[in-house]
Structures are given as structure tokens and as C-alpha cells.
Design a protein around this ligand. Sequence first.
Ligand SMILES: [Ca+2]
Ligand SMILES: [Ca+2]
Ligand SMILES: [Ca+2]
Length: 491
Amino acid sequence: MLHSRHLLAGAVLISLGAAACSDNSQPSAPDAVAGTPAKAAARTSEPTNDFILILPEAVGVSPTLKRDVAAAGGTLLDVKPELGLAYANSTAPDFEAKAAKIKGVQHAVRDLMVQWTDPNTRFESIEAEATGGFDASAIHGSTESFWNAQWNATAIDAPDAWDAGYRGRGARVAVIDGGIYNAHVDLDANIDVARSRSFVPGFAYNQDVGTFWHGTHVAGIVAAEVNGLGTAGIAPEATIIGIKALHNGSGSFEAVIDAIYYAANPIAQGGAGAHIINMSLGAILPKQGNEGTIQLLVALSRATSYARKQGVLVIAAAGNEGLDLDHIQNVVSVPAEAVGVVNVSALGPMGLYVAGNSTSVDRLASYSNFGQSSISLGAPGGDFALPGNAVCSVARIPSGTLAQLCWAMDMVLSTSRGTGASISSYTWAAGTSMAAPAVAGVAALIVGKYGPMDPAQLEAKLRSSSDDLGKPGRDDAYGHGRVNAYRAVTE
Ligand SMILES: [Ca+2]
Ligand SMILES: [Ca+2]
Ligand SMILES: [Ca+2]
């Protein structure tokens, strides 16, 4: 079944539009994104009755906080002393103002339920048969059914890294997203089920809705197995920890913050013990007239800074609004603008599989956000910009043909939920959501080789081993460069 490009384009988007959080006003698209292409369909976020209390750092939690929150008309739900954050619930209309005046509370901000990823995803899906026949002596990756469609892996020299012996074994990557289908034949060996968690009440980490499951696609880009079928992830022997903070693409700041906190804590302290966190999610929040937006960014930054202090590198998608992040005064892009986050732009070809066509896998994707001061690294996220509906094909392994719309094949093929008892479904999707996990995969290859390292050192290695494309030095499209898996583990 073919889906319209418009639907598909909408599917790749993270983000958009937030309600003013301090006054319950209706959501409105900020000016800076009003002129973005139709593919950036505005989505909204809803105010909740939950509040994030920002406490002074390194002071300790006031012993009377619970009582004071009650006196302000609320209920204290949870305290995260290491983050300097607390959560409260209240239906009192003046709670936010009253809570901000509590001794030991710097700010109180109403939490939002944000549409971080688009739930209306419609993609082409295919099933892999488990008949590929794994040949350990073959070039790694070349035994996978859909290997010939995996331009994203070759674009960053991943097969050379694998064949040099570096496949990410030992590296732990937390995928903070929606649900991860842990029964997938290409993921099951690599998921740490015991440490996977959900921060969405009522749902397990391996639940979501629909047949795509954004988190499942992202997980496969990081670490789908090299097992003789389907696809290969960038770090095919890395461990994935599935951390659910979103349901149907939507989640609160509290859920995202708690997910980061859990991912970053060592296993001995009840955490996930991640080395790397991937967040293929994002939102654009209006800044002007919204003190709350700034405070939500402060709260999120408490979590991302904490992760870095715990030795964890946080990688995020730059967003799909086609925005110049160097010149947005009216909006905040989260989590990309949170402290210490590696912000990844998306690259993708236009007509790569069209015979005789010349295109670069390293062109900035049509939808990707960009901006020299904000983008840290570029990675393959795919595109869908090729006009027309011509069909392209590549050889399927071990035999047969994989045929698809040429423009769709410019996207990234990875694992998906499928329907029913399916355990081998694959889907094409494009977005900075697909680019961030490629960087997480390269980071996992580095950790797999050298062992856990300081996140600043890991980030420096990602940068220094990247290919400096476009304008010499840091630039709008590639940041410090397009990641290179082989150089990352051999230089
Ligand atoms: Ca498997
Ligand atoms: Ca595979
Ligand atoms: Ca450059």
C-alpha cells in the first residue's frame, strides 16, 4: 500500500507548538515557525495539573516542602534532590504563583504534555524472512536481507568499523522514546530487558500504538543485529535500554526528565547504567511572554547536566522544522538547547537509487534544522524530496528484489513493530530522529572499543573523527562534521 508523501512527510517530524504555560492560553504557533513548509504540521501541547518546582542547587530540600506545597493548595508527588527538582499536583488556579513563593523554591512551572514525535506515522513496511543465511566470513552487514538499501550505514563507513572488529559490544545506549518492540528478531539479543523501564503510567516500555513504533525504529538504527536477516544497526552488538517517556509520541517534561535521570544513574543505584542517551524527540516552545518555557528548559537542563556529570553523553535530534537555529529569538528548541546536549542535523540523498542519477548522501535534508552555533554533528537521517513516483529496486539478500518508490528509498530503513505476531517488520522513515541514533551508534562503537569514557572526551572523539564537509570548520549544516564510524574507532 502506498501512502501519500504528505502523510509521510508529516510523519518524520518531531515537535511543535506549545501552549503558553503560565496562563493556560490556547496553543499558538510561534512566529519563527509560521513560515515553515507544510510538512511541519503544527502540533500542540496541553497544560497539565502537574508542576515542576525548581529548587536552588546544592542547598538541600527544605524539610517543610511537603507541608508548604500543601498549604499552597497542592500535593508533593516526588522530589529529586540530585536534580534540585520536585513535582507537585494541584488544581488550584493560583498554585503556580503560590508555589513560587515557598521558601526553598526558586520557580514553579506548570508541566506540559508535549507532542514530541508525530504519532500519525504512515510508512511503507516490509517483512524479512529469516532465510538470509548468516555467513560469518562475509563482509559484515552484507548478509542482511536489506543491506543494499542501507545507504545510511555505508555513508558513515560503518561496515569498515565492524570489519575492523568494532561493533559496540559492552556499550549501553538508553533510547528514550516511545515503545521498543523487544520481541523483534533484529533487536531481541541486544535489549537489556531487566533495565528497560517506562515512565508513562499504565504502559510498559515495550508498548506503544500503531504499527510503526518510533522508538523501535530508532533502536534498530543504533543496534539492529548483524544476524543474516533484516537490517544492521550502526553498533550491531551494543546493548539497548528501552526507556519509555512518550506514548503515541506524547509525554510530559516530568517523564522525559525522569527518564534521563534513570538512564544516567548507575545500575548499583537502581539506574539503567547507560553510557549514552539517545533522544530522538523534540519540541519548539514559544519563548516571548512565556516565562514557563525558560523554566522548563532550566528543569530539563538540570537533568541533562546531571547525566553528563554521571559520565553519560546525551545525544538529541535537532528537529525537523527547517529552522535556522542561529536565528530563532522567539522560540526554544528542546531538548536540543538543554545544557550539554549533542545536537544532530539530518543528511540525506535525493534519488540515490535512481539509475544514472547523481546525488550526495551528505546533503542537508530538506527538513532538517540547522545553524552553526547549535548543530554539533551531522548524520544520515534520510530525505523524501525527490519528485515523482518512480520505482527503484535493489537486490535483496540472498535472492530476489527489493522494490520501492525511489523517493522512499532515500529514507532510512530500520526495524518497526509491524502487525500482530510479526517479529521481523521494517519501515522506511526520515528525520533528525533517524540521524541522532546514527551518532549514538558511532558513540557506542567508541565506547565498545575504549570502554566508558568522560562524555566530553567521547564528544571530542566524535568531532575529531568526523568528516569536515561543507564550509571548512564548523558550519550550519554539519556542525563539526558528519560522523565517521571507521575513523572513530581507528584514529
Ligand atoms: Ca535476534
Ligand atoms: Ca539484522
Ligand atoms: Ca564543515
